[in-house]
Design a protein. Structure first.
Length: 471
């Protein structure tokens, strides 16, 4: 063990002393870290004390169990250890159980309206825009851990988009197609609630599209329909932060676009495998030890079940995302378009609430901070203590929960380090903070509706709808 620790420290020291550029330093460091992590004595079945202990305690059964698990995981992508059993949860029974109904269905998405839980509700609804590479129910996990459940209990009228899991037939759905779906869903939510405005709560890649839609509304003179904008772990400014930015270059981008074009889509399982190797100790080797060396089933965890429930991304959307990201188009003012409108985020002068995770390995919080500075309105930037997914699933009641926020709206001239030095730490979840902030921008109170839907928006199926079950 001491030889391993010394060797690992020496290898990392070589990288640190090499005086490489940021991109090369990240790439070489990535390779070195993965080799060092893989070489840990705890991962070696011949000398791992955990493996020998399991062998003795199970009378040798841990070996065939582990080999079966290994063979099963390697038989199909993503070829990484399973992080949760495929039957650990059931959508509609354990997860995504908030009551509601699908009130609009199109080829690309469903719109779900959730049943109010309070006698009075806020006039202006909020529309949740989920990522395009995962299912929407990251915002509606198990009861007590559901953001949708929490917001409804606080008197908000909540709608959520559930994206269809596309296949090769839908290869030409690009940014404009998804942007149009958001515009139509906003109009539907406003019509159902008889409201002049609606808020958007968008996450990750959904936040990129929603931001571009906001710029389109501003260009079309319809930004007054947007009450507020929430962006969760969303990177708009592709700066020099993080391994994802370092791995992206023009050559690999062209290869990726060509591969998805030939197939018609990008398989979400491929992305899941890449993302797992960005945090190998947490997402690879801990499960290697548990599943293969100990022969145990992975523990049941709702976030990891959702993470494994991947969806495909259309070839056109993959191409459009790469074009926007590689060119840094959203930070340039008018280098990108949405529905024929130039995307100038500085003109989006609507109040915004931007959330980042301090331990986020996919969307570094510094990049999220710089992205918030691109917006033209009063912006509240909040830094959660968690990682990419856990920062969003942050229900009240966790004694370890913390977040940092500044007293005043975000100043576009202050850098991330200066902001962090002046931000105050607040104990607890950021959900109540956002709910209060959102309520102040939701038009006051009115009596809750007796029924879901409205004229032209007859409820079709109970929540969570049909598209969430697409495979």
């Amino acid at each position: 063990m001491q030889a391993y620790l010394a060797g690992g420290a020496f290898a990392q020291g070589l990288v640190d002393d090499a005086d490489l550029g940021w991109r090369d330093a990240e790439r070489v460091g990535f390779v070195v870290r993965n080799v060092v992590d893989a070489a840990a004595p705890s991962n070696n079945p011949l000398i791992s004390p955990v493996a020998w202990k399991a062998l003795i305690e199970t009378g040798g059964l841990s070996v065939p169990r582990g080999l079966r698990a290994l063979a099963s995981d390697m038989a199909a992508p993503p070829r990484v250890p399973s992080m949760v059993a495929p039957d650990a949860f059931e959508v509609g029974r354990d997860l995504a159980v908030s009551p509601g109904a699908v009130v609009r269905r199109t080829e690309i998405s469903e719109l779900i309206q959730y049943t109010p839980m309070t006698a009075q509700v806020h006039k202006d609804p909020v529309l949740i825009v989920p990522p395009t590479i995962n299912k929407f129910y990251i915002t509606d996990l198990a009861p007590g851990r559901s953001m949708i459940e929490y917001l409804v209990a606080q008197g908000h009228q909540v709608f959520a988009i559930s994206w269809r899991n596309p296949d090769a037939r839908h290869y030409d759905w690009g940014l404009d197609a998804y942007g149009q779906a958001i515009v139509e869903s906003l109009d539907a939510a406003r019509a159902i609630c008889a409201a002049d405005r609606a808020s958007v709560c968008a996450l990750c890649s959904g936040g990129i599209i929603a931001s571009m839609v906001a710029a389109h509304l501003r260009d079309a003179g319809r930004l007054d329909r947007l009450a507020s904008l929430f962006l969760g772990v969303t990177v708009l400014d592709q700066g020099q932060d993080g391994m994802v930015s370092a791995l992206a270059d023009e050559h690999t981008a062209k290869l990726a676009v060509a591969a998805s074009k030939a197939r018609g889509y990008l398989d979400g399982r491929s992305l899941a495998e890449v993302f797992a190797w960005l945090r190998p100790n947490d997402l690879i080797w801990s499960y290697w030890v548990n599943n293969y060396l100990r022969g145990e089933k992975p523990p049941s965890f709702d976030i990891l079940y959702w993470n494994a429930d991947t969806t495909r991304m259309t070839a056109a959307l993959h191409r459009d995302f790469i074009s926007v990201i590689m060119g840094g188009a959203l930070a340039k003012g008018d280098a990108a378009t949405m529905l024929g409108s130039p995307v100038d985020l500085s003109m989006v002068d609507v109040d915004a609430y931007v959330l980042a995770g301090a331990a986020d390995h996919l969307c570094p919080w510094q990049s999220c901070y710089r992205s918030a500075q691109l917006l033209g309105g009063d912006t509240r930037f909040v830094l959660s203590t968690s990682g990419h997914i856990a920062s969003m699933v942050n229900p009240p009641g966790n004694p370890k929960a913390r977040f940092q926020a500044a007293v005043e709206p975000l100043d576009g001239l202050i850098g991330p380090a200066d902001w962090l030095a002046t931000a105050r730490t607040v104990a607890g979840s950021w959900w109540p903070d956002y709910s209060t902030w959102l309520a102040e921008r939701s038009g006051g109170a009115k009596d809750a509706p007796d029924d879901l839907g409205a004229a032209g928006f007859t409820p079709l199926d109970p929540a969570p709808g049909r598209y969430v079950f697409d495979r």
